[in-house]
Design a protein around this ligand. Structure first.
Ligand code: 26W
Length: 818
């Protein structure tokens, strides 16, 4: 086989050195004197890609041999982070490569720094997809990730005069050595136009879709490695003009029109929408979703038929996981392909479709639940709208037969009739899937009892939970090598494939010598982060300070401003000469705000204003520092988590579906201050209440507060601390002396406070007092830090993927030979 023949590709230092030079000279055509850093990076990336592709080819052959059932992970977003280091780790050639380069007087770390990461996602959801790719590969799951090859990923964040400003992310500017373009793997995708029904000579009813335009999708494959052996691919689609508009045969006038057409076609995959949580009726976004889903399903059907299988058994061979509702138009598209292009009858097509998809919900926020207006859908995807109506009418009929009342039926309908008619994509995904899951125990419970309650009552067995997890190889082994080797020295390295073996660390938690080594690792990591903070934010931080960190998208529900209000409170206390009990702290923030989200951008402005005030105040800045690190991405994340002492997970209970940063922090030895929200609940359960700084209302209490009529103004009036801090916001002391700058935030908190900051403020401050007290007791802090890490076994994405395999996919891992 090909894999057999390719197997002699070497992993020794000599092989790597030879291949690296070969790539540099013969692939890039470089003479040594003119070699740039990017050339070195590209040559090394290509050297490593060869090895990654070899793993992929070997794995694919063995999956085919076994005729194994597989998974297609449909996601509009992937955030793989830098590939090079991760691939070296997974191939276990980090040291060989380092030495090979050293012999050429080159520094691996410097070369690793050159990589520009693919920012093809907004945050948690995209990063989760990439963690799952690594775990599926590691476990030997026959899997493929399908998505969109955005030419511009999530914007690059710059801070200008304290405000966020956005620049385009030209991640492909210097080329992308990791992908393989597959010009021969391409599919046509139709848009717009009208449908026409007819009856064939044999008397069969059929529908023809006469589109207004056709666009071609071409596959770009990137190998994603698991640890030690397996490789799978992430297949991303790029939009192009179809060849049938071959302009060479037209005259001059048409030539320009044809070129224009080409440009318009390529628009579909130009740019990632930078909004997480909410988005209003963007036509191009709908086109993106449909485009990638159609290409992916056509590709799967093609592969399925190529292997000589019948379409009737499609769902027996594949499970398609829908990463939120973004790909949920797939339900209608698979129906269309089976009915219109493969002549199937409705009942057979529906059986296959509704046994193929499984849907993961990632949010309960009402504004984040996707809806597409009937008028937009009808214009862009006329055939799909018909199919959705048909799916809906059959579904509603089933509900009537079951005796549900009109009100229940209206609530469950795929069509929302309030205001402009729209399709509720979560309902389409739920009806069209055989399983629906949330991403933490709490979130899955709320999904069942609230947002999708009617559906959960109708189909209780359809609903399940899979708690999120993180790729601990990237977020510990790769990004925190000091801690990784300290742990491996103590308990061996089986944790790389079994994170639960960290339990063995528990017995060293109280060992003073181990604690000291533990502390030293953290300090070294903090020193490194300090360099980055100085370089990127221009702030000098003392590494001995308590590093209190909140990094995530900026959103009111995540309550970055709760942390800021507390910082102002500390500042005012110090100014009053009452700051003795405050631990010297560096308050670090990072995260992007959606470009159109005014409040989120104002929160960033508030952070930079407070940073300016405090960092420049000689009376305070030995005790407190505040830093906003710009342009948070995977690369930065890998430098932040290892250096954190305290992790801020302070969303209003019931709002954060899971959180995954919370896991990455705890895995790296940070203690958590958090609410009982998302996966915090399970983290606390695992590490023990006594090792977790819990504060704030529970979900039930939050809802009770709201039900009783929450009046934040009373907190402002009755709590002098809150009043002092809020008044300070509009005193002119912040942000170039303009007292009106933060007025919108002040008003919002005093009048609405939708996320109940003021209600949780006191509890948060009190918990911080405990944090400061514990910080003064080094060995007790370290003991708890060690226990946190020791008990993080559950939160590896390997565990999550095993859960998906058992509870949803019914897929067996394949034991792979190398
Ligand atoms: C409509 C545009 C849009 C884009 C992205 C809406 C919603 C999203 C995502 C659902 C936002 C997201 O990333 N959600 C996060 O998913 C993580 C992985 O499950 C969870 O850990 C986070 O709690 C959740 O906010």
């Amino acid at each position: 086989s090909i894999g057999e023949n390719a197997s002699e590709i070497g992993r020794s230092k000599a092989d790597i050195k030879k291949d690296f030079l070969h790539k540099l000279f013969y692939h890039l055509g470089r003479v040594p004197a003119l070699t740039t850093d990017n050339d070195l990076y590209t040559a090394l990336a290509l050297t490593v890609r060869d090895r990654a592709l070899r793993q992929f080819v070997r794995s694919t052959e063995q999956f085919a041999e076994k005729d194994a059932r597989g998974v297609a992970y449909f996601s509009a977003e992937f955030l793989p982070g830098p590939h090079l280091g991760n691939n070296l780790l997974n191939l276990e050639i980090m040291e060989e490569t380092r030495q090979a380069l050293a012999e050429l007087d080159l520094d691996l770390d410097h070369i690793l720094e050159q990589e520009v990461e693919p920012g093809l996602g907004n945050g948690g959801l995209g990063r989760l997809a990439s963690c799952y790719m690594n775990s599926m590969a590691t476990l030997g799951i026959p899997a493929i990730g399908y998505g969109i090859r955005y030419e511009f990923g999530i914007f690059k964040q710059e801070i200008r005069e304290g405000w966020q400003s956005e620049a385009t992310d030209k991640w492909l500017h210097y080329g992308n050595p990791w992908e393989v373009m597959r010009p021969e793997i391409s599919y046509e995708v139709k848009f717009g136009g009208r449908t026409e029904a007819g009856t064939s000579k044999e008397g069969k009813y059929f529908v023809e879709w006469h589109p207004e335009s056709v666009i071609k999708g071409t596959a770009y494959d990137t190998p994603i490695l698991g640890y030690q052996s397996n490789g799978i691919i992430m297949r991303l689609w790029k939009a192009e003009a179809v060849e049938s508009f071959d302009f060479s045969i037209y005259n001059m006038g048409d030539y320009y029109r044809a070129v224009e057409k080409k440009l318009r076609s390529e628009n579909i995959t130009k740019v990632l929408y930078p909004n997480d949580e909410n988005l209003s009726g963007k036509e191009l976004r709908l086109k993106q979703q449909y485009f990638f889903v159609s290409c992916s399903l056509q590709d799967m059907i093609h592969l399925h038929l190529l292997q000589g299988r019948r379409l009737n058994e499609f769902h027996e061979k594949f499970s398609v996981q829908l990463n939120d509702t973004h790909p949920s138009i797939a339900v209608a598209e698979l129906m269309r392909l089976l009915l219109d292009e493969h002549d199937m009858e409705w009942d057979d097509a529906w059986h296959i479709t509704s046994h193929t998809f499984a849907y993961t919900n990632h949010t309960l926020l009402p504004e984040a639940l996707e809806k597409w207006s009937i008028s937009l859908l009808g214009r862009i995807l006329p055939r799909h709208l018909e199919l959705i109506y048909e799916i809906n009418s059959r579904f509603l009929e089933e509900l009537r037969e079951k005796g549900l009342n009109g009100e229940q039926i209206a609530r469950m309908s795929l069509i929302d009739d309030h205001g402009e008619q729209a399709v509720r994509m979560a309902h389409l995904a739920t009806v069209g899937s055989y399983k629906v899951n949330g991403v933490s125990a709490l979130h899955s419970r709320l999904l069942k009892t609230q947002v999708l309650n009617d559906f959960a009552k109708l189909w209780p067995e359809k609903f399940t939970n899979v708690t999120n997890g993180v790729a601990h190889r990237r977020f510990l082994a790769l990004s925190n090598p000091r801690l990784a080797s300290l742990i491996t020295e103590k308990i061996g390295d089986q944790w790389l494939t079994d994170l639960t073996s960290f339990r063995e660390l528990e017995k060293y938690a109280g060992d003073p010598a181990f604690q000291q080594q533990w502390r030293k690792v953290k300090l070294e990591n903090k020193k490194e982060l300090c360099k980055l903070l100085a370089e990127r934010a221009g702030v000098e931080v003392d590494p001995a300070m308590l590093f209190d960190v909140q990094v995530k998208r900026i959103h009111e529900y995540k309550r970055q401003h709760l942390k800021v209000l507390h910082i102002i409170d500390l500042y005012l206390r110090i100014k009053d000469g009452k700051g003795e009990d405050i631990a010297a702290s560096a308050f670090i923030f990072a995260g992007k705000a959606a470009p159109g989200y005014f409040m989120a951008k104002l929160i960033i402005r508030l952070i930079t204003a407070v940073a300016d005030l405090i960092n420049n105040d000689e009376e305070v800045n030995r005790k407190l520092k505040v830093v906003f690190l710009p342009n948070f991405n995977v690369k930065q994340a890998q430098r932040v988590y290892p250096a954190a002492d305290l992790s801020e997970q302070i969303s209003m209970a019931g709002k954060e579906a899971s959180g995954t940063g919370n896991m990455k922090f705890a895995l790296n030895g940070a203690l958590t201050i958090g609410t009982l929200d998302g996966a915090n609940v399970e983290i606390m359960e695992e590490v023990g209440e006594e090792n977790f700084f819990l504060f704030g209302q529970t979900t039930e209490e939050v809802q009770e507060t709201k039900r009783k009529g929450y009046r934040p103004y009373e907190f402002y009036e009755e709590n002098s601390n809150i009043r002092r801090v809020l008044d300070f916001l509009v005193s002119g002391a912040l942000g170039e002396g303009d007292p009106e700058l933060f007025r919108p935030l002040f008003n919002n908190l005093v009048q609405q406070d939708q996320y109940q900051l003021l209600k949780d403020f006191r509890s948060y401050c009190e918990k911080k007092e405990e944090v400061f007290k514990l910080w003064a007791n080094e060995s007790e802090w370290d003991r708890r830090s060690i226990l946190n890490v020791a008990r993080m076994g559950k939160f590896s994405s390997d565990r999550s993927i095993r859960d998906y395999c058992e509870n949803i996919w019914n897929v067996e891992p394949v034991r792979l030979r190398d």
